[in-house]
Write a protein that binds this ligand. Sequence first.
Ligand code: SF4
Length: 395
Amino acid sequence: MQIWNPWHGCRKISPGCKNCYVYRRDESIGKDASHVEKTVNFDLPLKRNRNREYKLLPEDGVVYACMTSDFFLEEADSWRQDCWDMIKERKDLEFIIITKRIERFMDCIPADWGMGYDNVTVCCTCENQERADGRMPVFLSLPIKRKQVICEPMLEKIDLSPYLMGQIDFVICGGESGKNARLCDYDWILDMRRQCIGHNVAFHFKQTGAVFKKDGKIYRIERKYQIGQAAKAGIDFVPEGYVPVHRSRPVYTQMEFMLTGQEKREQKGCFQELFDRLAQSEFRSRFHLSEKDREYVLAKGMGVIRSHAEDFVSKRLSAAHPDKDGKQTPMRGHPVFLAQHATATCCRGCIEKWHKIPQGIELDAGQQEYLVDVMMEWIKRQMDGTGKAKNACKL
Ligand code: SF4
């Protein structure tokens, strides 16, 4: 999967937004998530590397657009046409747009949209019955080539059956993560599965969420087990002949992709253990942010630096067999490069050794997010001065 965040920041408009990961993440770095701004990666689909090749490639998977905002947000009205132009130009890429603002769709499409661009899938979020009944009739009336529904965080039992006839090809369900997560009942999930099977619509149980009810018992499930537990249930349904938009790749939702990182940050203990181990390595302890690096971080802001880290991880580390693995991270030139060497997130060999993420597999969204979190934690510690003391300690 590839992520393209042309702008960042959003406004809460729906019950599903209550514990929005964008807000939680931004709060943790002292940023106001309600402030919407273009990102440095606004034109990512057209960006090229030094060899004049596109940075986003079809073989790297579908492109999820606007994962830290909403593509149809009013504040982005004047920027969106440029995005459509890029989507149109990159016909070789598949774009997925997840939205809670489907009612704005017709006001936001380009003049030549017609019945829809072939390379755009739109996912409408329905977290409860009220939102389903409000959004689905609108969604079904729209000219979109490929339509999917995401019930995450699923907040109650939802009857989608009146809307599953003909157009919707995939429904994804999942619970809510995070420390304030709301309950998800397995009965709601099974009920949605029955509806999907009844209408021959693909179904995917994405994750249990943090507070999960099954057979009348409520379980608190750690983040690291939420996806695995859902997979263990083995209740996904794929109709005969179904060709997923993501082809052979996993599907991510905004919640899952970001909350993994958010929760990692909340688990400071987990980082502390890692940083204590790193402090014992003479090589890792050598790396520090210079005055110039610190000025760069201050000038750009942590949000931009994070987007750089995400880009580096996605382009240089995420493939099962990255190009020039072991040599893909320069020793200087960007604070993130230093963070990567300091935290052993510089190549797949180091990542396997220090972070127990095996080589030879494509990094999934949660793994990429984790690595970015580690780098950002190191940069944060360097910026607030705690990193120097820790890294100087050689046991
Ligand atoms: S990013 Fe999504 S969940 Fe967060 S406020 Fe915007 S629409 Fe709501």
